[in-house]
Design a protein around this ligand. Sequence first.
Ligand code: SF4
Length: 194
Amino acid sequence: MTEALLITPTELRQWHYCPRVVFFERCTPVRRRETILMMHGREKHQTELVKERRRTLSRYDLAEGERRYDVRLTNSALGLNGELDLLIVNGQEAYPVEFKHTHRSPDPGHKLQLCAYALLVEAELGLTCPYGYWHSSRTRQTHTVPIDTRLRRRTLQAIAEVRAFIELERCPPPTSKTVKCLECELRNFCGDTL
Ligand code: SF4
C-alpha cells in the first residue's frame, strides 16, 4: 500500500464526526483554519502530556507498567499509521492512552481512534491490547475502553470506507447532523448542507 493511502487514527475520529472533513483534507487543496477553540485544545493537550510524566499509574488502576511516549507506528496490512501520545506496557499487554480536553465522555469516534492505535500496537509490537484509556483533562475522569470484537470490526470497516473514498477521490455524503455544519469552517465548500 502506498504511503498516501495510509489512514491515521485521528482521521477515523474526524470521519466519524463528518466524512467530508477527511475528504477535504485528503483530496482537495481546502484546509481547515485552526479555530481558537482548536488551538486552546491543542495547548491543553500538550500541558496534560507534560503533567502525565510526573504522575503515578493510579488513575489507570495499574500496579505497574512502563510508559512509552510518542510511539510512532505504521502497518501497511492494516492501512494505518499514527503517533500515539502514550502507551503503557505491562508484560505482554499494552494499553494505548488518549487525552482530550472536553467535558464529554468518549464518543464512538474517540473509540475508533483508540482502537486503531490498539490494532497498530498489536500488529507492530506483538503485544495484546484488551483495553485502552481515554482521559479528560477537564473532568479529570479516566475512562476504560474495552477493545472488544465489535469495536475492532467497526474500526476495520471505518478504515476501509475512508480508504475507498480517498482512493476514488469521491466526495462522501455530508453528516446527517446538520447542526454540526452551523459552526464548521468548511461550510462554504459544502453547498448542499444548509
Ligand atoms: S459543513 Fe457540514 S457536511 Fe460540510 S464538512 Fe462541515 S460538518 Fe461536514
